[in-house]
Design a protein around this ligand. Sequence first.
Ligand SMILES: Nc1ncnc2c1ncn2[C@@H]1O[C@H](COP(=O)(O)OP(=O)(O)OP(=O)(O)O)[C@@H](O)[C@H]1O
Length: 221
Amino acid sequence: MISISNLVKSYKKKIILGDLNFKIPENKISFLMGENGVGKTTLIKCLLNLENYQGEILFDGNQFSSAKNDIYVVYDDTPFYLHLSGYKNITLLLNKKVTLDRVKEVASHYLIDDILKSKVKGYSYGQRKKLSLIIATLSEPKYLFLDEVSNGLDFETMEFLKEKLQEWSKNMTILTVGHQFDFYSTIIDELFLLKDSSITHITDYSKESGELSGIYKRIVK
Ligand SMILES: Nc1ncnc2c1ncn2[C@@H]1O[C@H](COP(=O)(O)OP(=O)(O)OP(=O)(O)O)[C@@H](O)[C@H]1O
């Protein structure tokens, strides 16, 4: 569980996150929705200790410094070593040792060998997203943050990823943020909504198609 207490984050004098108090439950898929610019990525950056903030964020009772090796994030546009191959990036960015057979087994679900042998600078947006997902899979983190993960993925990969996320969430605490409600609606366990620098935990929703967009229209708009 990730416990967020009295979290306040401002840019210059503008409060983006105002005294947030909530818990991201253990071994579940939590989805955070909200309008463009409301502060979803800012919250992820605070969780990753990439921003200064007031308040406290604890990972199963531990500070970020103790938990950091258990965290992996898939950004909308994850930074890579562009002049190196996909395989080399996997080796450099993975925080643990895995066998080449394991790398190839995981990678084969996302990208073909020829692509992985070529320089990342030639990858499409979706191929870079897939590379990040390969590293996420191999990392097996305890806490996984996904920022707009479905953007740019082809249909087959989205379906594969939905299955994987549900499988991983048996022993992984997952926070997703994004706008493609169709992708998230059937797989999420918990729903949070960020609006006017406050967070609401929405407990009474169903996984029916259209429910997330209905809630969004009702509460956000
Ligand atoms: N480094 C920064 N300096 C100043 N303002 C910033 C900075 N980063 C983000 N902001 C502002 O903070 C607000 C929240 O941005 P954030 O990227 O967290 O929104 P978001 O909810 O993730 O949006 P989107 O759905 O468009 O990705 C925006 O108004 C943005 O302009």
